[in-house]
Design a protein around this ligand. Structure first.
Ligand code: J2J
Length: 547
């Protein structure tokens, strides 16, 4: 396994192989094998663009050869930041084929996040859209090339952005279209090695990289696809960003493609546009965060679009209110599946045969019979059956360690390899998981995970801020928003001023505080740490009083 990653202990690896979970297959070959069977069927759709499996496989092979021609080698890391376009899929599978490792970045990430990703991954290349939603990614990429010695290539989706870019060192900027060469015989990547990196939702100031192997991810998507009964008639609408684990492989984009089904990419999650796409393409399933599901349900009550092809909507990523869950099926005319998941691994899902009561009230059961789940109290002991505690897990597709993070790993994993999720959960008598809250210092803003320490660090860098603590504040739509408690240094800053400063710092916009309380001091726990429980309760009371 790539240096800096933690392999599964031998005994468990043998068990997962013996059980047939890990089959020694790599994701690129799996796609080629599907293409060989499904040749002329449609693999990818975006608006009027359609690619058959044969075309997709050929583009992947040519792009892989093109990357090799441009000096990208097996083992290299490549930060990939693209919206939901076919090229995202092509680039990722091309990198899988040649054994280079995509590092998935959200399109909303800015200098702060990308600088860190390039630094920690030692990326040699960065794939960008050009200008997207008013932001000049090419400009940022060129700045980062100057900062990071390892970073020597920037591949740009929009050819015009290459021509229009301010003076770049020769050979650095390359239009993605030009990454194209006669397919080469390339050595197959090792299935037990890292295929790509996902980002952690982050309990630390800077996001950690999650290595996902070919073996573990192929298993995740195969098991999830089997659970949903996917076959070549599946049509998946990728509404959320494709680089989100939920969209990419739960079973999502990869699971649908490897089942011979069609992936329809949505370039915006707007309900009415998505409904037209559902009707036009005969979409059979999709995955949404609760806030989007809410918007869809509201829009569907007015819409005349034909949603009759839709059989299943998966909802996950954040807490789903039972009132919303109850409306999904009747209004959208399909089944609901609750999904609890994490880029680190463990997925729990309700099953198609579950009673309505179970589907509405729980987050279902682990995907794999070999997922091990424990619910523990603060001292690390198992709580009595039915009790609430921290969810710990290990299994055939849950990481054994973040990339190059030995100190953090020592805290995030137990000695026997269980990952401490930081989520509070309980198990029902039927074995279903119910998520009750969390102990990690993260705000879940409508499914977007924001590390409180990261925002605090940026607030503290502002001259008008002496102390800062970031906590979730309740929000009827997003579930939670980002609340900042600030002890000022001199005249108190306004929320707008802080937001502008953090934006200028290069922090992604979804991490900017939504709400500000100026206080004289921050409450402390007996151990002298900021008492976030008190602040969270205080924020909820203030919001409630203001309503
Ligand atoms: C409450 N909290 C949830 C749920 C995730 C499928 C689905 C989601 C993700 C994801 C994913 C939740 N109810 N149903 O990767 O493959 C919160 C928990 C969890 C964190 C992980 C997938 N579903 N959460 O959301 O890595 O706090 O993955 O630990 O972005 O989201 O976030 P992330």
């Amino acid at each position: 396994m790539l240096e800096g990653c933690t392999p599964w202990p031998g005994e468990r690896a043998r068990r997962y192989r013996a059980a047939g979970h890990w089959r020694g297959e790599n994701l690129a070959d799996l796609l080629s094998a599907t293409a060989a069977t499904h040749h002329d069927r449609t693999a990818l759709v975006l608006g009027g663009r359609r690619l058959t499996f044969a075309e997709l496989d050929r583009r992947v092979a040519r792009t892989a050869a093109g990357f090799v021609e441009r000096g990208i080698a097996a083992g290299d890391r490549v930060v990939v930041q693209l919206p939901n376009v076919p090229e995202f899929v092509i680039v990722c599978f091309a990198l899988f084929r040649m054994g280079a490792k995509p590092v998935f970045s959200l399109v909303s990430h800015r200098a702060n996040e990308i600088r860190h990703l390039c630094g920690i991954s030692g990326a040699v290349a960065y794939v960008v859209p050009g200008e997207y939603q008013g932001f000049d990614h090419t400009r940022l990429a060129l700045d980062l090339v100057e900062e990071h010695a390892a970073l020597r290539k920037v591949f740009v989706l929009d050819r015009e952005a290459v021509a229009g870019a301010a003076a770049a060192p020769p050979g650095v900027l390359v239009a993605l279209d030009d990454v194209d060469a006669e397919p080469l015989p390339l050595p197959a990547p090792d299935p037990s090695d890292v295929a790509f990196f996902l980002l952690s939702g982050g309990t630390t100031a800077l996001p950690k990289l999650i290595p996902r192997t070919h073996d573990d991810y192929a298993y995740q998507v195969r098991a999830a696809a089997a659970l949903l009964g996917l076959d070549q008639d599946a049509v998946y609408l990728a509404v959320l960003p494709a680089e989100f684990n939920f969209t990419w492989g739960c079973p999502g984009v990869v699971g649908t493609l490897l089942s011979g089904g069609t992936v329809v990419l949505a370039d915006a999650p707007i309900a009415d546009e998505c409904f037209e796409t559902v009707a036009r393409e005969g979409v059979t399933f999709t995955s949404l965060v609760p806030t989007l599901a809410q918007l869809w349900v509201e829009a569907a009550e007015w819409s005349e679009a034909d949603l009759s092809s839709l059989r299943l909507v998966q909802i996950g990523g954040a807490r789903t209110h039972s009132s919303l869950a109850a409306r999904v099926g009747p209004v959208l005319g399909c089944r609901l599946q609750q999904v609890f998941g994490m880029a680190e691994g463990l997925l729990t899902l309700s099953r198609p045969t579950d009673s309505e009561e179970r589907v509405l009230a729980t987050q279902g059961r682990p995907l794999s019979p070999d997922d091990e789940v424990r619910i523990v109290g603060p001292a690390g002991d198992d709580v009595p059956p039915g009790g609430t505690g921290e969810l710990l897990t290990r299994g055939p597709y849950t990481l054994q360690g973040y990339y190059k993070a030995p100190e953090h790993n020592a805290r995030a994993f137990t000695e026997d390899g269980f990952y401490r999720t930081g989520d509070l959960a309980r198990l029902t008598d039927d074995g279903d998981l119910v998520i009750e809250g969390r102990i990690k210092d993260v705000i879940n803003r409508g499914g977007d995970k924001v590390s409180a320490p990261e925002v605090e660090e940026h607030l503290l860098a502002h001259p008008a801020v002496a102390e800062a603590a970031v906590v979730p504040v309740p929000d009827p739509f997003l579930g939670e928003r980002i609340g900042a408690y600030v002890v000022p240094d001199g005249p108190p800053p306004a929320l707008r001023e802080l937001k502008e400063a953090l934006h200028a710092d290069g922090l992604a916009d979804y991490k900017l505080p939504d709400w500000l309380a100026i206080v004289e001091a921050l409450p402390l726990t007996g151990l002298g740490k900021v008492d976030k429980k008190t602040l969270t309760a205080d924020a909820a009371a203030r919001i409630h009083a203001a309503d």
